[in-house]
Design a protein around this ligand. Structure first.
Ligand code: ATP
Ligand code: MG
Length: 336
């Protein structure tokens, strides 16, 4: 059975952007394929500590897993939920792959360049985490790894490392499919980026300091509504979808469509030619606060015990699969 693998770092509460752009599409994908594929959903807690953690990492981890369930993830025997650090083979394989990957190719990673920029002393984890990510994927022979465009380069790196090992030691790893095929498989709009509410030229990010620039999934619905009402727009005075010239208004139209799960084109037509930005904001504020209220009610109903039960099963499975693959690699490298 083929494997789909996915994870979201949980160094803080997730944003509406993470939800609409990553969590929800992943849950839909999982529900669509979990009859015929293994679906591995893991929390990369080791990746989380390459930067400051906002809040308690363990609590963030459990909350993120509740979010998957609240977003409608259907559980069956092919869905495996686990924490990265509870499967030590990830770190072990990472070291071995460190000895396969080169400084040159790892230094080229854009995420490393961006995340280390301006830091006086950048931790080694920021440099090394794409190799840990390769281990996360290769341990499970995952072919499909739903990712955002910021991660494309890391998938290519993973493919290169896998092919290099296979070339030297025989067919040990399944090489994940190339990024263009990953995107096709995901059936998501590749360019989807929810924008920062105050600076709509930028994407919404959980690590942005300004609270009004982002909607967090645990924001009180009234607070979220206020944030939408104070979103930056423009002075054209015409509601039109154009991310280049009117990113603020376009972002609101985009959010309205995604939150209500209707085609963007329908929302664009509904508002075409309208001139009152306040009306659009009010409508989007209503949609988002309603969505958050429903989502928060659903998350609140999921108990910690429910999550721990899934983790217990998932981590048993993950350790079995990962240890078997690790042993294969250790034998190839004459460590066993
Ligand atoms: P950080 O500021 O810590 O980088 P982030 O909000 O960018 O946080 P990530 O942890 O980098 O979130 O990404 C988690 C997932 O959410 C990724 O798949 C990423 O592509 C997706 N994602 C992040 N921000 C957005 C956004 N604004 N719109 C759509 N998808 C997003
Ligand atoms: Mg990011």
């Amino acid at each position: 059975m083929k494997t789909i693998l996915t994870g979201i770092r949980s160094n803080s509460v997730l944003t509406l952007g993470n939800y609409l752009g990553a969590l929800l599409p992943m849950v839909r994908l999982a529900n669509k394929y979990s009859k015929d594929y293994n679906v591995n959903i893991f929390v990369p807690d080791l990746h989380s500590i390459i930067s400051d953690v906002d809040g308690d990492l363990r609590a963030n981890t459990i909350r993120t897993l509740k979010y998957y369930l609240a977003a409608g993830l259907e559980i069956n025997e092919n869905v495996h939920i686990y924490r990265q650090s509870y499967v030590p083979a990830h770190s072990e394989l990472c070291w071995i792959l460190d000895c396969v990957a080169t400084m040159g190719e790892t230094s080229r990673m854009i995420q490393y360049k961006e995340k280390s920029k301006g830091q006086e002393s950048c931790n080694v984890g920021i440099f090394n985490y794409p190799i840990l990510m390769a281990a996360d994927i290769l341990l499970y022979d995952a072919e499909y790894v739903p990712i955002g465009e910021d991660q494309f380069q890391h998938i290519e790196l993973t493919r290169n490392i896998a092919m290099r090992v296979n070339h030297k030691y025989g067919e040990i790893f399944t090489v994940p499919v190339a990024t263009d095929e990953q995107v096709k498989f995901m059936e998501v709009d590749n360019g989807l980026r929810i924008r920062d509410l105050l600076n709509p030229e930028k994407k919404m990010s959980k690590s942005t300091k300004a609270e009004n620039s982002k909607i967090m999934l645990d924001d009180a619905p009234e607070l979220a509504a206020k944030k939408i009402m104070s979103a930056t727009t423009d002075s054209f005075g015409k509601i039109k979808f154009d991310m280049w010239t009117q990113p603020g208004i376009s972002n609101l139209l985009q959010i309205e469509a995604l939150v209500n799960n209707v085609p963007l084109q329908d929302v664009i037509s509904t508002w075409a030619g309208e001139t009152h930005y306040g009306d659009l904001k009010k409508k989007v504020a209503e949609s988002v606060s309603q969505m958050l209220a429903d989502f928060q009610e659903k998350s609140a109903k999921i108990s910690d015990e429910q999550v721990y039960e899934l983790l217990e099963k998932g981590e048993k499975y993950a350790n079995e699969v990962a240890n078997a693959k690790l042993l294969e690699v250790q034998k190839a490298f004459q460590l066993r």
